[in-house]
Design a protein around this ligand. Structure first.
Ligand code: PLP
Length: 228
């Protein structure tokens, strides 16, 4: 068994265990493979193990990989910070964008998604534990943003994305509560099905609190090298 197959099986096992402990169905939690900094050849190997959903943070790097791997049936997720002048590429090339935190970004993505494409899946990023340095809207802004964004024609607003500070796992429960509150008021509650939270170091806590999509990089691909 190669190293990526082994790493993925370990992560899938961890997800399964976390679901069992939390008395949740295994099918409620998806694995997103976060592949930033890793070359296309590694993504291809990971794809061969059965992985289909990949997450990228840096647009230029992601566009190169999307081009190189266009023959594979990959579902591309953008999980980085969304800059206003970069929305066109995101709307064209990705299936999901997790980092939407302003109406103007959502409007641009909707306008730039073509009618021939399936709607772009969106998560609203929330700065759940009020970190100064973090992107994301404030929790009190969520209800209004959901009301506005869910009206945009070429988007499907799926849920929330959070990145709490390390060791601040209490924030996961706050995110879940916010997610549940919105669901009761949502115009299309069946679309509101995604809580994107949990990374390599805290996937157990995230799943215990109700995550439906864990974004895992290091535990799948090993440590990242940012030197080049
Ligand atoms: C890099 C990154 C991850 C993956 O983090 P690991 O700790 O390597 O699992 C998940 N989510 C976001 C938003 C990231 O930027």
């Amino acid at each position: 068994m190669n190293d990526l197959k082994y790493a993925r099986e370990l992560v899938l096992d961890q997800i399964k265990q976390a679901c069992q402990i939390a008395q949740r169905e295994r099918s409620e939690v998806q694995l997103l493979a976060v592949s930033k900094t890793h070359p296309s050849s590694r993504l291809k190997e990971m794809y061969a193990t059965g992985q289909r959903a990949f997450g990228e943070n840096y647009l230029q790097e992601a566009l190169e990989k999307i081009e190189q791997l266009q023959d594979l049936n990959i579902e591309w997720h953008f999980i980085g910070h969304v800059q206003r002048n970069k929305t066109k590429h995101l709307a064209e090339k990705f299936a999901w964008v997790h980092g939407v935190d302003r109406l103007i970004i959502a409007e641009r993505l909707s306008n730039q998604r073509t009618a021939q494409q399936t709607p772009l899946n969106i998560c609203l990023q929330v700065n759940i534990d009020d970190q100064d340095s973090k992107d994301g809207c404030q929790p009190h802004e969520v209800a209004e943003l959901v009301a506005q964004i869910s009206q945009l024609p070429h988007l499907r607003l799926r849920g929330l994305m959070v990145i709490p500070a390390p060791n601040h796992t209490a924030a996961f429960a706050e995110a879940r509560q916010l997610f549940n509150t919105v669901k009761t008021k949502h115009a299309y509650p069946e679309d509101w099905d995604t809580l994107s939270m949990g990374m390599s170091a805290d996937l157990h806590e995230a799943i215990a609190a109700g995550s439906t999509m864990v974004r895992i990089g290091t535990a799948l691909f090993g440590a990242r090298d940012y030197s080049h």
